[in-house]
Design a protein around this ligand. Structure first.
Ligand code: GAL
Length: 470
């Protein structure tokens, strides 16, 4: 017998005259609408201040497709040479047991794999035409004078006026030593090296555009201090080239940014001052100039436990009062920021000094955050390659004009035993496809596109790109 439940609420609602809608139908319609809205927001992105809606094309340029092939590497730890007596084993230093230890071991049999010798150097002035324009990540890279390029922890500026690329970085051509027993390996400050190029492969040394201070020990850039990760942007309003860098003392306790300025991309840059931005410690850092001309400083802070981001003044010579904390508690450094179709992306490293570690990609709708962490962008090589950012650390991501969605990922393969011999790892980076880590607040749909960095032993930019851009 069916009993009528007098406490049961009616499940039908009167929608409009003469029509009756059931409650589940309404709920499902609502869910459907929300899903449709969500899908719509996935394919559409707001662009510009005008707020016009653009179809989101995730597919980068077809010319870049061949660079998206997965290239494997088979590097194994070599077996020990002969049998060792337990007594001899005790006397000898411990044999490396992981590829990372092998990488850090100066006497490793694999040294030539990570740091190939000068015989294999990339020599743009000498290399025969069929070797032309090939990048060989990790090999010595010579400038047009035949000297190894010295632009570590660097970044690239494209100068519209001269229609040239300028690569700035730490000029580290000096002896490596430890300031004291526990200190990290270092090279005295020499200055910021600058190289120019039209093709991103042949680099002419333009000199040391910001030089160390030799005598005044109280100067920020006294050679006994630290100058790292210089980046340069151009200010349209003032017509000046502005350089931001990490300045520190040998123990990394000053933790400040330094600012320098020049009328020309090839310097000389005048050093202005240093400061703790927003009153906080600042170590690894970068600057990013947005499409609307507003530039931002992004830096590791609170003892590298989080990052801070804030806009610069219109003249780019200082920060404003606006600052946001991002990636809180994630302990990331070496930030490299770029933008694609209205979304901001960032690659960071973990904090293990000169030793390599796993890169992570992050994305955000606003540069001020909130930033989402998407996972490791590295593809190919082998597992250890991917877990160590191909034995390197991020420093910059360069957009390739005319190839939307295609970028060059620039990283440093540090050589702590001889820092001047640190190598460059440049690899193709693309944005497209769904990110690996689904984000729960979005109905399980991955909101962001995947950032992918592809390992290649040898690769070059599409020929037609070069033809157009030279
Ligand atoms: C790294 C940092 C480098 C340099 C190094 C010194 O963590 O990314 O730029 O500061 O430490 O050990």
């Amino acid at each position: 017998m069916r009993m009528k439940n007098k406490y049961r609420k009616p499940t039908t609602l009167r929608c409009n005259a003469g029509t009756r809608c059931s409650f589940p139908v309404m709920v499902w319609s609502l869910v459907g609408c929300l899903l449709m809205l969500h899908l719509y927001s996935l394919v559409c992105r707001k662009h510009g201040v005008g707020g016009e809606i653009q179809m989101r094309k995730d597919h980068h340029h077809p010319l870049f497709h061949e660079l998206e092939e997965v290239e494997e590497e088979d590097i194994r730890i070599p077996p020990p040479k002969g049998k060792r007596s337990p007594r001899a084993a005790k006397r000898r230093p411990k044999r490396p047991t992981t590829l990372i230890e092998e990488f850090l071991d100066e006497s490793s049999q694999l040294r030539h794999v990570f740091f190939p010798d000068e015989k294999t150097a990339i020599h743009p002035m000498k290399d025969a035409t069929n070797e032309s324009f090939y990048y060989y990540p990790g090999r010595i890279w010579l400038d047009t004078d035949g000297n190894p390029i010295q632009a570590h922890g660097g970044g690239i500026l494209y100068d519209e006026k001269s229609r040239k690329y300028y690569w700035y970085g730490e000029f580290k051509d000096g002896p490596t030593y430890h300031a004291h027993k526990k200190a990290a390996a270092r090279v005295d400050i020499i200055g910021v090296g600058c190289y120019s190029s039209k093709d991103l492969w042949t680099w002419k040394h333009e000199g040391i555009v910001l030089v160390a201070e030799e005598t005044d020990e109280t100067h920020d850039l006294h050679k006994s201090n630290v100058l790292e990760r210089p980046k340069v942007i151009y200010n349209e309003k003032t017509g000046k080239y502005v350089m931001w860098m990490h300045v520190d003392d040998a123990n990394y306790t000053k933790a400040s940014v330094g600012i320098a300025v020049s009328d020309s991309p090839t310097g000389p840059f005048d050093y202005l001052y240093s400061k703790r931005p927003h009153g906080f410690d600042s170590r690894d850092m970068t600057i990013f100039k947005d499409d609307d001309g507003v530039a931002y400083l992004i830096y590791s802070s609170e003892d590298n436990s989080e990052l801070h981001v804030g806009p610069l003044n219109p003249d780019y010579l200082d920060v404003t009062r606006v600052m946001r904390t991002i990636l809180v508690g994630q302990h990331r450094e070496a930030p490299a920021v770029f933008k694609y179709q209205g979304t901001y992306y960032m690659i960071t490293s973990g904090c293990t000094g000169w030793a390599p570690n796993e890169a992570l990609a992050h994305a955000s709708e606003s540069i001020l955050g909130p930033w989402e962490t998407m996972g490791n962008p590295c593809i190919g090589g082998n597992k250890v390659f991917r877990q160590t950012t191909f034995f390197a650390q991020s420093t910059f991501v360069l957009p390739l004009p005319g190839l939307p969605g295609s970028f060059i990922f620039m990283a440093d393969r540090w050589n702590p035993a001889d820092l001047r011999d640190s190598r460059y790892v440049w690899l193709p980076l693309t944005v497209g496809g769904a990110a690996d880590r689904p984000l729960d607040y979005n109905f399980g749909f991955p909101l962001w596109s995947r950032v992918s960095i592809y390992w290649h032993k040898r690769w070059r930019l599409p020929y037609t790109w070069k033809e157009k851009n030279q």
